[in-house]
Design a protein around this ligand. Structure first.
Ligand code: ADP
Length: 467
């Protein structure tokens, strides 16, 4: 900078002074311009310097970065060196191991060589043995073929034998079957012949029995009819000859005989009808729950007039006062009356008839015991059979059809019960009817103790004891 720039103008004229001033002003302007230029230059240089500084900062940063890089590289190199040193040690160890391994391999190779030599010898031996074996195999194949051929031959023979055996077995079986069939057929024929024989014998007996039955039944029907017919003829004669009033007593006696014979006919017809119903399967029971003790006791009481007329005594006994069981009142009355009727028929005057009803819990026993003529042992089996009567020579009473006891048995069995007899000739007989102790929920009939009906049925059932 110029030191005169701001120096004051002293001791000069105004013009000069002005000139000086202008000049000074121009100088100043120049100076300012120069200063501006210098400033610009300085600014420019400052910018340049700043740029340089910035560049330097960057360059420094770059250098600092490169220094960091170099340090990292150095650290890495240290690590890499260590690694290389380690690897070198490892390689040395490997090398030592490889030397040992090589030695081992060399030894093994030598061993293998020895083994190979031994194997060659062994192979030769095997080859020899194989050749020997092949020879043997060839021989065996031939031998096998021979054996196979022989086996086939044998198998064929065996198959032929099996077929032949089967044929024989089959024939034997067939013969056996035929024989068995023939035996069976023979047995069947024998059985059939026997059956036919039995049937023929049975038929002969049945025919004979039936024949006897029809003879008996005709006789049984005709006898009361003849009595009725002759009595009616007598009445007719009395009417025609005006003797009716005179003969009143005999007429009363004869009407009694007519009635009695009508009862006999009724009993016979009832029995024939019932027997036919039973055989046809139409016989039905009217079950009702009644006191069996009371029913039998009343029957016994009702027949006392009959027993007294035959000079017999009849006794009733029981082990209980009341026993209600299901039975067909009318049918059971007939069973008991039939047994009492037989007991009266085959007893002698002065004998005693014992009627007993026993409660045996599960069943009730009704027994009619007499000490009359009794029944022979051989006849005990047949007295319950239809149409069969004991040989007439043994029976004093040649009347009867042989229906009574077979009906008693059927009626007892229809109740689910049974009948049994124990008898000895000259000692007496005991007939026992067994009835199951059970009740029915739906009764078919209510028991009405109608004495008239009972007396009528007693007259019918006991009608033949006067014959
Ligand atoms: P019927 O109806 O002809 O009397 P039953 O079947 O009642 O025949 O009896 C068959 C036979 O059994 C009678 O002919 C008689 O020979 C014999 N018989 C039955 N009850 C008695 C008895 N209480 N004592 C002896 N013989 C009897």
């Amino acid at each position: 900078m110029n030191d005169n720039f701001y120096k004051p103008v002293i001791g000069k004229s105004l013009a000069e002074k002005l000139k000086i001033k202008i000049k000074e002003k121009d100088d100043k302007s120049k100076r300012i311009a120069e200063l501006i230029m210098a400033n610009k230059e300085i600014k420019f240089q400052s910018g340049e310097k700043e740029e340089r500084a910035a560049e330097l900062i960057i360059a420094n940063k770059e250098i600092a970065f490169q220094s960091g890089e170099k340090e990292e590289r150095a650290a890495e190199l240290i690590i890499a060196n260590r690694e290389i040193a380690f690897q070198s040690v490892e390689k040395a160890e490997r090398a030592a191991e490889l030397i040992i391994a090589n030695k081992e391999l060399t030894f093994q190779n030598e061993e293998k060589g020895r083994r190979a030599a031994e194997l060659i010898i062994a192979n030769k031996e095997l080859t020899f043995q194989n050749e020997e074996k092949e020879k043997r195999a060839a021989e065996l194949i031939i031998a096998n073929k021979e054996l196979a051929f022989q086996s086939r031959e044998k198998a064929e023979r065996a198959a032929e034998l099996i077929i032949a055996n089967k044929e024989l077995i089959f024939q034997n079986e067939e013969k056996g079957k035929r024989a068995a069939e023939l035996i069976l057929a023979n047995k069947e024929l024998t059985f059939q012949n026997e059956e036919k024989g039995k049937r023929a014998a049975e038929l002969i007996i049945a025919n004979r029995v039936q024949g006897e039955f029809f003879v008996n039944i005709s006789h049984e029907l005709k006898t009361p009819l003849n009595v009725i017919f002759s009595t009616v003829q007598l009445f007719d004669m009395y009417c025609k000859s005006g003797l009716l009033d005179k003969k009143q007593d005999s007429i009363i006696k004869y009407t009694g005989s007519i009635k009695q014979n009508c009862y006999r006919l009724s009993k016979l017809i009832n029995n024939i009808v019932d027997l036919s119903k039973i055989e046809a399967g139409f016989f039905k029971l009217n079950l009702s729950n009644n006191n069996i003790i009371d029913v039998v006791e009343k029957l016994v009481t009702s027949v006392t007039s009959f027993t007294e007329s035959k000079n017999l005594s009849i006794v009733f006994d029981t082990n209980v006062e009341e026993k209600i069981i299901a039975f067909d009142l009318e049918k059971i009355e007939r069973i008991v009356l039939n047994l009492i009727s037989n007991a009266i028929k085959f007893s002698d005057a002065g004998d005693e008839i014992f009627v007993e009803v026993s409660d045996r819990n599960e069943f009730v026993e009704i027994s009619v015991k007499d000490n009359g003529i009794g029944i022979g042992e051989k006849d005990l089996d047949i007295i319950f059979d239809r149409f069969k009567q004991v040989d007439n020579s043994l029976s004093r009473n040649t009347e009867g059809t042989g229906i009574g006891l077979s009906l008693v048995k059927s009626i007892a069995e229809l109740h689910g019960g049974s009948i049994d007899v124990k008898s000895e000739v000259g000692v007496g007989s005991t007939f026992t009817v067994v009835l199951p102790s059970k009740n029915v929920s739906d009764e078919n009939m209510i028991y009405d103790s109608n004495m008239k009906n009972r007396n009528e049925s007693i007259k019918v059932e006991l009608s033949d004891i006067y014959s």
